[in-house]
Ligand binder design. Structure first.
Ligand code: PLP
Length: 494
């Protein structure tokens, strides 16, 4: 490859590598921000997922790393040559798969600023601003989302940013395990975790990593929400069998259909049986910035821990999962280990938060910066209007689906996920997903619930507009009509 700017890549006569030239960094940084803006502006003209076969991308990479410095414009050119052709464009306006990974310009700039600062916030003293901004922004979010006042760091509780909801849930499970061990003497192997059959796989994974004996899947009702009678029966049956009920996880907004577990009823059962109660609101938690969704929080004032992902639906790029505990003491007691090299006067004073004691990793990035910048750049009003648009479009789409002769929704649309199927059966439902995804204009997720196929449309890209949702509807409508004939194998539920 020809070097367009050899001066960029050579080491200086004084021996300094060109990669350390701050003037060049300034120039390249501007070029990179231009590139990102062009990428985002041009997404609508690309397929949602680039057509790529396994190994295609690796085949474009040299066998060995370069011995000599390469100029930055070649690195930038490889974003177009190597990286973009191998992407599924999560920020595409036609992205409706999984749950959103919503990002935004202020979040991207916050990420860049955090990388530029390059600080570690494991202790208050290793960068006081990292800890204090994080604690303050999470206290802001308590108010912004209508969460219980006592979760603030100014009270007995507190919030911390984790990498993912899986980490938050794992952390809650470890604290619960230790609490039960302290209270009952029961080893982890005889402790039981309860969560609905529709809870996210991260509950089972977290319980496995934490060493719990059993994860009991609890039956759900017709709306796919946890059935509290089934929970109470399972807890009592386990007690009779000599097991120790330890922790129950409720979900606000399940991955399958955004069902909402009855948090208040679960909290009552948790209280009766002295279990830790963790709430996973990974996706739907962002909606709580809008007061009209807060009825889903009923009972949350009695829970022990709660998590949601601004990196899903609050315009803050991955990674940014927020996690609160109602009482921070058991969390810190469980995770605090203080070798001599991590001791200092600020920690000993008891006047500061040392976030290393609030999760598994020691080192931690300045993730609060991007969340702080998102909240300030949009304002809560700006974020509310983004989310309300998504919910409005989703409910409108659900109405169109239910008015269609060959489609039906399979669950309510409390947030911005529409779950539906083709009335001609599973084969037609799966074909619908495949054909729409193959169009390159939209990307949906096919899944199964109760042994039947269905389609998930999750509206939540920052760049999706009403025009894109109308285009999606046209695709769904015409594809559904073309699949209306029942299949020969009798797969016909119409
Ligand atoms: N919980 C729920 C309800 C989810 O939907 C998801 C992911 O979609 C998760 C947990 C896992 O989130 P993360 O990727 O942040 O671990």
């Amino acid at each position: 490859m020809a070097r367009s700017d050899p001066g960029d890549a050579s080491d200086s006569p004084g021996g300094e590598p060109a990669a350390l030239d701050l003037e060049a960094f300034r120039r390249h940084g501007h070029a990179l921000v231009d590139w990102i803006a062009d990428y985002l502006a041009g997404l609508d003209d690309r397929p949602v997922r680039e057509p790529v076969e396994p190994g295609d991308i690796r085949a474009r990479l040299p066998a060995a790393p370069p011995e000599r410095p390469e100029p930055f414009d070649e690195l930038l050119a490889d974003l177009d040559r190597v990286v973009v052709p191998g992407l599924s464009h999560w920020q595409h306006p036609g992205w409706y798969a999984y749950f959103p990974a919503m990002s935004s310009p202020p979040a991207v700039l916050g990420e860049l600023a955090a990388a530029g600062l390059g600080v570690q916030g494991m202790l208050w003293s290793t960068s006081p601003a990292v800890t204090e901004i994080e604690a303050h922004v999470l206290d802001w979010l308590v108010d912004a989302c209508g969460l219980p006042e006592h979760w603030k760091t100014t009270g007995p509780g507190g919030g911390v940013i984790q990498m993912s909801a899986s980490d938050s849930t794992h952390t809650a499970l470890v604290v619960a395990r230790e609490r039960t061990r302290r209270l009952t003497g029961a080893p982890a192997e005889s402790q039981v975790v309860y969560a609905s059959a529709e809870s996210h796989s991260s509950v089972t994974k977290g319980a496995r990593v934490a060493g719990f004996g059993e994860v009991r899947p609890v039956a759900v009702d017709a709306t796919f929400a946890l059935d509290p009678d089934a929970l109470a029966a399972a807890v009592e049956s386990d007690r009779r069998a000599g097991l120790v009920p330890s922790v129950v996880c409720s979900t606000i907004g399940t991955t399958g259909t955004t069902a909402v577990d009855p948090v208040a009823a679960v909290a009552e059962i948790a209280r009766t049986h002295d279990m830790w109660h963790h709430v996973d609101a990974a996706y739907a938690g962002s909606a709580m910035i809008c007061p009209e969704f807060r009825h889903h929080l009923a009972g949350v004032e009695a829970v022990d821990s709660y998590t949601f992902n601004p990196h899903k639906w609050l315009a803050t790029n991955f990674d940014c999962s927020v996690f609160w505990v109602a009482d921070r003491r058991p969390l810190i007691e469980t995770l605090s280990i203080v070798p001599p090299y991590l001791r200092d006067a600020a920690s000993a004073s008891g006047r500061v938060i040392d976030y290393r004691d609030w999760h598994v990793p020691l080192g931690r990035r300045f993730r609060a910066l991007k969340l702080w910048w998102v909240l300030r750049s949009f304002g809560l009003e700006g974020l509310r209007s983004l989310l309300r648009r998504h919910v409005g479009w989703a409910r409108d789409l659900a109405g169109r689906i239910d008015g269609h002769p060959h489609l039906e929704t399979i669950a309510p649309t409390p947030f911005a996920l529409v779950s539906f199927r083709h009335l001609a059966g599973d084969a037609a439902t799966r074909a619908l997903v495949e054909r729409i995804n193959a169009s390159g204009r939209a990307y949906l997720t096919g899944s199964e619930i109760d042994g039947r196929a269905y389609v998930r449309v999750s509206i939540g890209s920052t760049w999706t507009t009403a025009r894109h949702v109308d285009e999606l509807w046209e695709l769904i409508d015409t594809t559904a009509l073309s699949l209306a004939t029942p299949t020969a194998d009798g797969d016909d539920h119409a």
